[in-house]
Design a protein around this ligand. Structure first.
Ligand code: SF4
Length: 332
């Protein structure tokens, strides 16, 4: 793990050409030193697009009235989890908009999964009261993803009219205290975000020592107030990713669908710049077009098996090996 000064971080985030390539190379070397060529697979089930919040960048925000809202029934979710296990997944991510109506169902689904399958259960269900996180942990959940999106408090407030920065951070700390492997992350290229903000994000991750760090480029959705804003340069996303690896060492860092939406080879490039995890959309194909957090999301029309094959190819092209392991945070 390397130490970088704040000034140097800002400089490296802006870097182009040789310096940029060197950074990626170093990050890839460290990734392979820690994980070998292994890439961990995670299957995401987006079981509902109902959300009570209105985050400015999000395509499924509650003010989007042009969206058909859906939820997958709990018995069907159990069946999807069973199929994912048979297909070789050892981590499943249950994701939805933020809504409390399914909380009891989630507990039942976690208990069912824990009882029947040897797989890691990750939840990505937004901010909840501590007692709900506690109930899900007791039921058998292993990990929780809750992105902070930016550590610039002013920018956070502008983008999240329903949220409070301190409350988001408190939720993350509860999750850690309760023993979840805890993941957070930021969006790169948000309107009004600076290189200095991004450097502070990296230092924030280092200080709080989260287990998983998800990074996505800001991608505008035409159903949001940010629809006319610009996408970031993908090189900046890669610089950020490489620095995350170099500074946080053994964290799990995914190559995401949003990266492949911004750059056709985005996931391969990410896997060669510090990422060691790949996320695969395991939501049944008929629901995917209703879970568009941003425009032009890839994987909308493929079925689950097709997506699996394509994902395997991405990993192979990056010179890595897809493994069917749970992929807990590696201890150094
Ligand atoms: S980002 Fe999450 S909480 Fe915010 S509107 Fe979208 S789904 Fe809801």
């Amino acid at each position: 793990m390397l130490n970088y000064s704040f000034k140097n971080l800002v400089h490296l985030l802006e870097s182009k050409n040789e310096e940029h390539l060197n950074l990626r190379k170093k990050a890839n070397q460290l990734t392979e030193k820690i994980f070998g060529k292994k890439v961990f697979l995670r299957g995401i089930i987006e079981f509902s697009n109902i959300c009570r919040k209105d985050c400015l960048y999000c395509g499924i925000r509650k003010s989007n009235k042009n969206l058909v809202r859906y939820f997958i029934k709990k018995e069907d979710i159990k069946e999807i989890i069973k199929n994912s296990y048979q297909d070789g997944f050892r981590t499943i991510v249950l994701q939805s908009g933020e809504v409390e109506i399914f909380d009891r169902d989630i507990t039942e689904i976690i208990e069912f999964t824990r009882k029947n399958f040897d797989m890691a259960i990750t939840l990505s269900l937004g901010e909840r009261k501590r007692k709900v996180y506690e109930e899900w942990k007791k039921a058998g959940a292993d990990r929780y993803l809750l992105r902070i999106e930016t550590t610039n408090r002013e920018l956070f407030k502008r983008l999240h009219p329903d949220d409070d920065f301190d409350n988001r951070l408190r939720s993350l700390l509860y999750l850690k205290e309760l023993g979840y492997e805890t993941g957070t992350g930021v969006m790169i290229g948000l309107p009004g975000q600076t290189y200095e903000d991004l450097a502070k994000d990296i230092l924030f991750f280092k200080i709080y020592d989260f287990d998983m760090l998800g990074v996505g480029p800001f991608l505008p959705s035409f159903e949001t107030p940010l629809k006319n804003e610009k996408k970031p340069d993908f090189e900046l996303v890669l610089n950020f990713l490489a620095l995350l690896r170099l500074i946080t060492g053994n964290t799990n860092i995914p190559a995401t669908t949003s990266m492949a939406t911004l750059d056709k080879k985005g996931r391969e490039k990410a896997l060669n710049s510090g990422a060691n995890v790949i996320m695969l959309n395991y939501t049944p194909a008929q629901y995917r077009h209703m879970y568009q957090l941003y425009d032009e999301k890839i994987c909308l029309r493929e079925d689950e098996k097709n997506t699996f094959k394509l994902t395997e190819n991405v990993v192979r092209r990056a010179g890595k090996i897809l493994v069917d392991e749970k992929g807990d945070r590696v201890k150094l």
